[in-house]
Design a protein around this ligand. Sequence first.
Ligand SMILES: Nc1ncnc2c1ncn2[C@@H]1O[C@H](COP(=O)(O)OP(=O)(O)OP(=O)(O)O)[C@@H](O)[C@H]1O
Length: 239
Amino acid sequence: MNPATDNAPPVLSAQDLMMIYGKGSTEVRALDGISVQIQSGKWTSIMGQSGSGKTTLLQCLSGLAQPTSGRVTLNKNNITLSSLSENKRAKLRRTHISMVFQDFNLVPILSVKDNILLPLRLAHRRLDKQWFEHITSVLKIDNRMRHLPGELSGGQQQRAAIARALMSKPDIVIADEPTGSLDSVTSDAVLDLFRSIVDDFGQSLVFVTHDKDAAHRGDVLITMRDGKIINTADLRVGR
Ligand SMILES: Nc1ncnc2c1ncn2[C@@H]1O[C@H](COP(=O)(O)OP(=O)(O)OP(=O)(O)O)[C@@H](O)[C@H]1O
C-alpha cells in the first residue's frame, strides 16, 4: 500500500451513468446506473462477461461517448466531462486522458516517433525531451523510433502505444484489453510495464481485461454484469 496515494481524492468519478442503445423491443441498457470512483495513482481492473458494458463504461469515462444520463467528473480540474461538447471532450482527451487499445491504433504511415508525439502536436504542446527519452528507454523502444509501426512486433507496437499514452503526462490512462492480441510472454512484459508506470510514475490506470491473472495485477478489481457493478474488491489486502 502507498500512504501517499491512499488518501488522495479520486482522479475520475462517475455518477448514475446510464447508456441506452436502441428503443422499445431493441432497447439495450449497456450501463444501468453505474457510480464509481477511480482512485488516483492506482491500477483499477475491470472484468465482466462479454456484453456486460465494460467498453461502454470506458468510453463514457474517457469522454469518447456521451452517456444517455449521469455525470463523469475529472476531479483535478473539476470538469464535468459529460456536459462538454464533442470538440471540448476531444481536447481534454489529448491532454488529460489517454487511451490504449487492443489493436494499438498507431498511424501506419507515421514513424514510431511521430506516432508517439502526435497527441502533443495536435494539442500544440511543447515536447519534454527528457520525458520522451525516459519513457522510450524504459519501454525499450528507443531504438525503433524511425521505423513504421508495421515493422514492429505486436509487443513493440503496444509499447509504442503506451509511450504515446504517457507522453502528455495524462491524469489517467484508460486501457481496453491492451494485452488481448499479445502472446503470453509479451503480455506479461506489458503488464509489468503497467505495474511500473503505476508504482514508479504514480500513474492512475483503468484496465479492462478478460484475463483473470492480468486483472489481479491491479490494486482494485471491479466486476460488472448486465450494465451494473456487482463487486469492487481491494486486491492489495494481504499483499
Ligand atoms: N453502438 C451500439 N449500439 C447498440 N448496442 C450496443 C452498441 N455498443 C454496445 N452495445 C451493446 O451494449 C452492451 C454492452 O456492450 P460493451 O461493448 O460495452 O460490452 P463489453 O463488456 O465491453 O463486451 P466485450 O467483453 O464483448 O467487449 C452489449 O449488449 C452490446 O451489444
